[in-house]
Design a protein around this ligand. Structure first.
Ligand SMILES: [Cu+2]
Length: 103
């Protein structure tokens, strides 16, 4: 390992865990969000992937994010930095609901 690479590795190791942002996956399948509720730490990115045969969206009830139409196979990500409860739905099928809790 060359010195700069080793230094970068050491810097990475010394970062607090919260800075190393995690990603949580939510699958859209069978006209549902799986899982439909997730609890994450601040700074976590949630990635929704449409594994269904139809177009769907992930749309914040409070309009904090909106993926627009996600075709099958497409993904959308949003990073949650503030503690709180974030309900969302699919704008096409409003009975499809989920929530992200950040704490
Ligand atoms: Cu939908």
């Amino acid at each position: 390992m060359r010195l700069p690479a080793r230094l970068a590795f050491l810097v990475l190791l010394s970062l607090p865990a919260a800075v190393l942002a995690a990603t949580v996956q939510v699958q859209i399948k069978g006209m549902n969000f799986h899982p439909d509720t997730v609890t994450v730490a601040p700074g976590t990115t949630v990635t929704w992937t449409n594994d269904d045969s139809f177009d769907h969206t992930t749309t914040s009830d409070a309009k904090l994010w909106d993926s627009g139409l996600l075709k099958p196979g497409r993904s959308f990500s949003h990073t949650f930095n503030k503690v709180g409860s974030y309900p969302y739905h699919c704008a096409v099928h409003t009975f499809m609901t989920g929530a992200v809790t950040v704490k």
